[in-house]
Design a protein around this ligand. Structure first.
Ligand code: LLP
Length: 417
């Protein structure tokens, strides 16, 4: 559930602010987030596992605006990061480094150093060479690095191939059968301390089964390791819980937690770590865009809007479907439109074949745009990136200003005369 609703005036609101006001004040395209929705989604995870030791590490990549991170940090959230940039954002947002887990296959020595200095909770290590490098960097600093190994449980998450990560052929994690051997290596390295086990099998999962299959495999592995004297203190089940974009019915965090906790009966001390991104942020945001032109042709109708694939690339990149709704719906004859942007590519579309009654100048909201929206935006076609607004009840805060054209080439240079 989110706080973007049509009110009695027939218009779409974000909490207690009508979206037309925000579009007039700040222009379009515009990302608008709802603080109450972010908090509600985060609390749903937290409460679902309330009776078991746990940490919710929001996946920063889903929406890394420091205003968003700050809202979650105030709730006591941890963070899942994949770069030094994300780590610095967490710090800038008031996040606690001791609640940070560091994922990703390509951590550089400099990134490891910074994370060690700040004292993060854990490095989610994805390969043996990474273990060796981390051991070396920690040694140079006279520190001991807490490590978890990302295990690839070889389960099919049944999601889009680009966002499925738990299969043997993916670049991610350590092959399940080799896990004990790699744990032994980690245990033997002097500047590492084995503390956890993690996995992440994919994103936008709408079925609980692959999560549970993966957890069962990891719990068995934890028992095997224990018999060898390798003690795992936390199990990080990754992110991946899906959201409703159209009519998907993903499990609720509480359904997921119930299944997980049933399996953790014999492991009451094992801390559960979650890395949800989309489930917290996606439906806590919309992207507002205005219709520039309606173009009717013999074969197709196009609504040419002022947002493009550089603002929201998910439809182009994954053929992802996101709902497009008028902020002030009109009565009248509906027509079927493709919603396209001004970028010079056939792939520049926000949605296809939507049937609506529209006029040029109408304001539209692209729903579920809070995750993997602004963060994947680019300046293609020398377009400035949109502003981002956080709504909190009746208040709206600019959490990122619209880029200016000058900013786009301020670090470019002409050749000498
Ligand atoms: N943890 C790890 C290690 C991950 O790789 C990811 C996402 C997450 C957590 C968070 O997953 P979530 O809860 O958001 O599903 N750009 C794509 C999604 C890429 C997800 C990559 N990894 C999209 O727009 O659908």
């Amino acid at each position: 559930m989110d706080y973007f609703n049509y009110q009695q005036d027939g218009q779409l609101w974000a909490e207690d602010i009508v979206l037309t006001d925000l579009a007039e004040r700040y222009g379009t395209p515009l990302y608008v987030y709802s603080r109450a929705t972010l908090e509600r989604h985060w609390n749903a995870f937290d409460q679902a596992v309330a009776n078991h030791p746990h940490l919710i590490c929001y996946a920063v990549k889903a929406n890394s605006n420091i205003g968003v991170l700050n809202v979650l940090a105030r709730l006591g959230s941890g963070f899942d990061i994949v770069s030094q940039g994300e780590l610095e954002r967490v710090i800038a947002a008031g996040g606690d480094p001791a609640k940070v887990v560091f994922s990703g296959v390509g951590k550089t020595a400099a990134e490891m150093k910074r994370a060690l200095e700040l004292g993060i909770k854990c490095f989610n290590v994805e390969s043996e060479p990474e273990l060796e490098r981390l051991n070396e960097v920690a040694g140079e600093l006279g520190k001991v690095a807490p490590v978890s190994l990302r295990i690839n449980p070889d389960v099919d998450a049944k999601t889009h191939p680009y966002i499925s990560t738990g299969l043997r052929d993916n670049k991610f994690g350590i092959v399940f059968d080799r896990a004990p051997e790699v744990y032994r290596l980690a245990q033997s390295l002097p500047n590492l301390k084995v503390t956890g086990m993690d996995c992440h099998i994919g994103s936008q999962l709408t079925d609980i089964e692959p999560f549970i299959d993966a957890t069962d495999r990891l719990l068995a592995l934890i028992d095997t390791l224990k018999a060898e004297g390798i003690e795992i203190e936390h199990l990080d089940v990754g992110g991946g819980l899906g959201v409703t974009y159209s009519d998907e019915q993903p499990p609720q965090p509480s359904d997921y937690a119930t299944e997980l906790l049933a399996r953790l009966k014999d492991h009451p001390e094992l801390e559960l770590v979650f890395e949800p991104g989309r489930a917290i942020a996606a439906n806590a945001g919309v992207m507002l865009t205005r219709i520039e032109y309606l173009k009717h042709t013999e074969h197709k109708n196009f609504a040419i809007v002022d947002a493009a694939m550089n603002d929201l690339i998910r439809p182009t990149l994954y053929q992802a479907w996101q709902d497009i709704v008028p902020v002030c719906p009109r009565e009248g004859e509906k027509q079927t439109y493709d919603f396209v942007g001004p970028i010079c590519e056939t792939g520049d579309f926000i949605g296809k074949e939507r049937t609506l009654c529209l006029e040029p100048g109408d304001l539209l909201a692209v729903r579920s745009a809070g995750a993997y929206g602004f963060v994947m935006a680019s300046n293609y076609n020398t377009r400035t990136r949109a502003a981002e607004i956080m709504v909190d009840g009746q208040d709206a805060y600019v959490v990122r200003e619209r880029e200016t054209l000058e900013q786009l080439w301020q670090s470019e240079h002409l050749l000498p005369e």
